[in-house]
Design a protein around this ligand. Structure first.
Ligand SMILES: [Zn+2]
Ligand SMILES: [Zn+2]
Length: 248
């Protein structure tokens, strides 16, 4: 951290490679705002502060419900994903950790986030018919940020269940404008036909990995593409569930 601050003071921008090197050399410190716990990139106390999604949440969009089962919208729209799992809401320590990873190149925290994300799908561990597929990022945005977050998280999740990692099973065939700020219908229209699938093992269960779930438009477009390519059920695994359309 001191090295980064010193570099900033000298007006030197810490590149992704330099940042990763610094993270390997320096002892881990919790990245949640206001916490400086040593020994880990996201400490247990901060994880305990994460706001879980409600117990009665809709299984496919994770929106709060007063009783179990799908919400009205999912009953009508019939999402292509079978179920969704999030570690918690997109606030507090989870949001801090994701911003550090996504915008400040702190890839060191990815394995810790992957562990949390894999927890709800542990019952699928060691099954030989499961593949882990990241939601494809925009190549332009990856070039700008230097980090492909869903791919990084998916790569760390796959070994936790000894699942096959299939990073290129889905491709983005159309560069879509950002989803931030778009309403639900515009988001679905924006990503329709944006993906293509290749080399899918027939009938396999897919763990589709993304960082944040908002309306589910992107995940469902991916799931539809995967299923038309021959795979079976698609289970979405994300770090956090955002309640508004303006998360970053
Ligand atoms: Zn902490
Ligand atoms: Zn729903």
């Amino acid at each position: 951290m001191e090295a980064e601050l010193a570099a900033r003071r000298r007006g030197v921008r810490v590149t992704q490679g330099a940042r990763s090197l610094l993270d390997m050399l320096l002892p881990p410190r919790c990245l949640a705002r206001g916490c400086d716990q040593g020994g880990t990139w996201l400490c247990d106390a901060c994880i305990a502060l994460a706001t879980p999604t409600p117990d009665q949440a809709c299984p496919t969009c994770l929106e709060a419900r007063t009783r179990g089962g799908p919400c009205v919208r999912c009953s009508v729209e019939r999402p292509a994903i079978r179920e969704a799992h999030a570690v918690g809401k997109h606030v507090g320590p989870l949001r801090d950790a994701l911003i550090a990873l996504k915008y400040r190149g702190r890839t060191c925290v990815a394995p810790r986030l992957a562990e949390l994300m894999a927890n709800p799908v542990r019952p699928l561990a060691d099954r030989s018919d499961v593949i882990v597929v990241p939601v494809p990022s925009h190549p332009r945005r990856v070039r700008r940020r230097g980090v492909d977050v869903p791919r990084l998280l998916a790569r760390s999740i796959a070994p936790l269940g000894t699942w096959e990692f299939a990073p290129d099973a889905l491709q983005r065939v159309r560069n879509t404008p950002t989803q931030v700020g778009l309403d639900r219908a515009s988001r679905a229209a924006n990503v329709a036909g944006a993906f293509a699938a290749q080399g899918l093992p027939s009938g396999h269960l897919v763990l589709l990995v993304d960082d944040v779930l908002t309306t589910g438009a992107t995940a469902n477009a991916c799931a539809r593409t995967l299923q038309s390519g021959g795979c079976g059920a698609v289970v979405l695994v994300v770090l956090s569930r955002a309640n508004n359309l303006h998360h970053r």
